[in-house]
Design a protein around this ligand. Structure first.
Ligand SMILES: Nc1ncnc2c1ncn2[C@@H]1O[C@H](COP(=O)(O)OP(=O)(O)OP(=O)(O)O)[C@@H](O)[C@H]1O
Ligand SMILES: [Mg+2]
Length: 397
């Protein structure tokens, strides 16, 4: 199976590229599903489908042509299916705090539920071999980062918080009951979380396996868009995801060089060169700005030919280790490929077996293997495009 993410800043062309790629892989005979992780769900619009069709389908995949399905999740359906007892408890708390029951139900859709629901689908499609190709049309950068951080966040929560929370709730329930009418979660709530976690088992490995999953960043030759692409690149590396292509979309055609768009055209050329330098050795796929909207099957098929020309879109266009742990001089070295990092931006903290990497407002917890976690000294240095974190000494505490 092959999973391809299309990610990038808002409006750069993610949905169009995802749809075009899906059309091409389906035409090559691979059973393909394009899934949308964007609440604004524009897949159906881009395929020019009637909305009713999707509404009737309650968030399940619909077949749009031979071998090709699209799926736009319906969070209400997912809540009924996956989140029953968890959602019930959260709405109960909100309702106890005086919020109207209907509003409480609405508010009890926590950030992350949609992402976890999508992970459940990916895991089930992968385990049951339902599709040959899964194409993910991501939400703009920030939200898609929450999606990729979800498996590690959940693992951290289950290892560090869940057991305690459950034990505390068990013993504190009778006491709290006497002094407050806010209920503590019951066993059904905890069991529902444990069951959900079990269904997600293995999905983190699937997403970080470069033989299965790759990320294609969609960008435009413009200063601010490129900046965000660099940032996205760094974060995907941090999550061990293999980026195998940069799609440079909306390039003005040559005849723009001498008209109203002359200055734009000059600027774009500079940014394209800059992007080649920034993302080398990852290949860049240039795509021209079309002379009209790219909507409907035929236009999207034309777009796919522009992106891949005669190449197989399932190919791994680049394979590299963004993240590597090696044994060295009696200690360990964790190498993380973060090419656009300036050292002062990074903050490291090790608490027991956990390494916390903070870059600006972004944070990642890495659970360290036991031998590595036993180290007493950690040091970070920059080694070309890598942050090298060295662990030395034994902590016998
Ligand atoms: N190369 C292109 N030439 C012409 N129009 C394009 C091109 N690429 C994308 N578009 C158009 O730009 C608009 C936005 O594209 P698209 O929806 O794919 O972007 P997106 O990154 O998914 O946006 P969002 O972040 O809102 O989800 C669409 O109307 C699409 O038809
Ligand atoms: Mg989109």
């Amino acid at each position: 199976m092959r999973i391809i993410f299309f990610a990038g800043k808002g409006g750069v062309g993610k949905t169009s590229m995802a749809a075009a790629t899906g059309i091409k892989t389906a035409a090559m005979g691979h059973k393909t599903v394009i899934m949308s992780l964007d609440v604004a769900h524009s897949l159906s619009d881009i395929f020019d489908l009637e909305h009713d069709l999707l509404d009737q389908n309650r968030g399940q995949p619909i077949e749009v042509s031979t071998n090709l399905w699209i799926q736009e999740m319906d969070i209400q359906e997912e809540i009924e299916k996956n989140w029953g007892d968890i959602h019930k408890y959260i709405s109960l708390i909100l309702n106890t705090s005086g919020i109207d029951e209907i509003l409480a139900e609405e508010l009890a859709i926590l950030p992350g539920m949609e992402e976890v629901s999508l992970l459940l689908y990916i895991n089930s499609y992968f385990n049951n071999k339902e599709f040959d190709v899964i194409i993910l049309d991501c939400a703009p950068t920030g939200e898609s980062l929450r999606f990729i951080s979800m498996p590690t966040t959940l693992e951290w929560y289950m290892k560090k918080i869940f057991k305690w929370e459950r034990t505390i709730a068990k013993y504190a329930r009778p006491v709290i009951k006497r002094v407050s009418n806010i209920p503590l979660p019951g066993d059904d709530y905890f069991e529902a979380i444990a069951a959900l976690f079990k269904r997600l088992k293995g999905v983190d490995k699937v997403l970080s396996d470069p033989d299965i999953t790759t990320v294609r960043l969609v960008t435009n030759p413009e200063k601010i868009v490129l900046k965000e692409t660099q940032r996205a690149f760094m974060y995907f590396c941090l999550y061990k995801m293999n980026i195998d292509g940069i799609i440079m979309n909306r390039i003005l055609p040559d005849d723009a060089e001498s008209g109203y768009f002359k200055d734009w055209s000059v600027l774009q050329k500079q940014y394209i060169l800059k992007a080649e330098e920034l993302f080398r050795p990852i290949p860049i796929f240039p795509v021209n700005l079309f002379n009209s909207e790219v909507i409907g099957y035929d236009n999207l098929k034309g777009l796919a030919d522009k992106i891949y020309i005669d190449q197989d879109p399932l190919k791994h266009f680049f394979k590299g280790e963004p993240y590597n742990l090696i044994k060295e001089k009696g200690g360990y070295k964790l190498l993380i490929k973060l090419p656009f990092l300036i050292k002062k931006d990074i903050e490291l903290n090790k608490i027991s077996d956990e390494l916390i990497i903070r870059i600006g407002s972004f944070k990642r917890h890495i659970l360290l293997p036991r031998q590595v976690a036993a180290s007493t000294s950690i040091k970070a240095t920059m080694e070309e495009q890598y942050v090298a974190i060295t662990f030395q000494g034994d902590d016998h505490d």
